[in-house]
Design a protein around this ligand. Sequence first.
Ligand code: HEM
Length: 404
Amino acid sequence: MAHFTKATSIKDWLDQRLAIVKVEKVLASEYWIPKNINFLWAMGMILVITFVMLVISGIFLLMYYQPNVDLAFDSVNYTIMREVGYGWLWRHVHGVAASVVFLIIYIHMFTGIYYGSYKKGREMIWISGMLLFIAFSTEAFSGYMLPWGQMSYWAGMVITNLFAGGSLHADGLVEWIRGDYVPAQAFLTRFFMLHVLLVPLAIIGLIGLHFGALRIPHVNNQDGEEIDFDEESKKYLAGDKAGSKVIRFANDFMAKDMMVVGFYLVFFFYLVFYHYGFAMDPVNFDPADGLKTPAHIYPEWYFLWSYEILRPFSTDVGLMAFAFAQGIFVFLPFLDRSPNAIPASRRGLFKYWFWAMLIDMIALTSMGKLPPEGAFSTIGLVAALVFIGLWIALPIITYFEKKA
Ligand code: HEM
């Protein structure tokens, strides 16, 4: 048993039992952040805040939502939207946050790619980030099922059908996932469980892992500078704050983070109050009907790029291309063969690779919502082939990149 003395204050009492002073140092006042990072490094904090808003608004929605195929649609569109005081507000916060979180995730990911923040000991940050991306995708998809509208039903049908594996005809697997031949009560109940329990728990665990993975390598910086954090933090603690290349996370860096968060919240609530419609598909305001297939079935905007990689090919090739697109980002730290952890602008062919990938994914996203006809389907096919080609080219061009 450890040695306990008579506490001099509540803080001291807690410190003897929970080492709160050490925890505070590890997480805040001696968590060192490079000085040379820009507003893009606030995206991680914005993601945490958006996740918290999703959880809080979700808890309020959960108080009135009914996970029953006969009641779900009305519990959302009638009870929550019209009867419950401010129910509409919680729904709009939840819907807008679910959409905007993906915008921020994509900015956060492409920041990491641009600055090479997945290299030299930062691989686990990247891998845990990609696991978070998969978890958020599952969370968004399962949530989309819950209002039990036409798009919920038919998107549920299309996505679960993918598990049949094309000509493998694994129909038993599809039925096992649905718990029925078609999406019905068993399907709704299990996606409800995933959405409110299992996936949020996984996300919380993964955020812990993501933060843990950041602890040893520390965050990267915008100049690709190799910072000796031990040396620089000693300088800071010795009083040479101006000469040190690092600052404390709290309260120094957090002030900058919070300013960016402030701008974000203004933008966020502007969307909630004036433009919430972009986060709600009009087709989903019709109740689910298994006998009436909508003219076009498409996912939410953040899944369109990978959907467009599935569409232009025959079923089997499309499925393989889709699986490739879903999985390939995880391997980025190992496919980029160059040791240079510097901004893309200072790298050889990689700088063209970065912009080509970004533009290609925007092109895929734009085509994904349009009907697959004429010029749209040709552009979609070319963009899908470019996507695959870029990933094949990555190890080759980075292998020959000069060491900076
Ligand atoms: C969705 C939930 C996520 C949360 C809450 C989150 C949170 C954070 C936070 C707080 C940081 C440190 C500050 C910053 O650089 O912004 C960070 C860094 C990082 N995250 Fe995420 N992240 C998430 C998703 C992702 C995803 C999807 C990826 C991409 C695979 C990713 C990759 C990274 C990388 C590479 C860094 C290190 C940046 C650097 O060293 O400069 N994260 N994340």
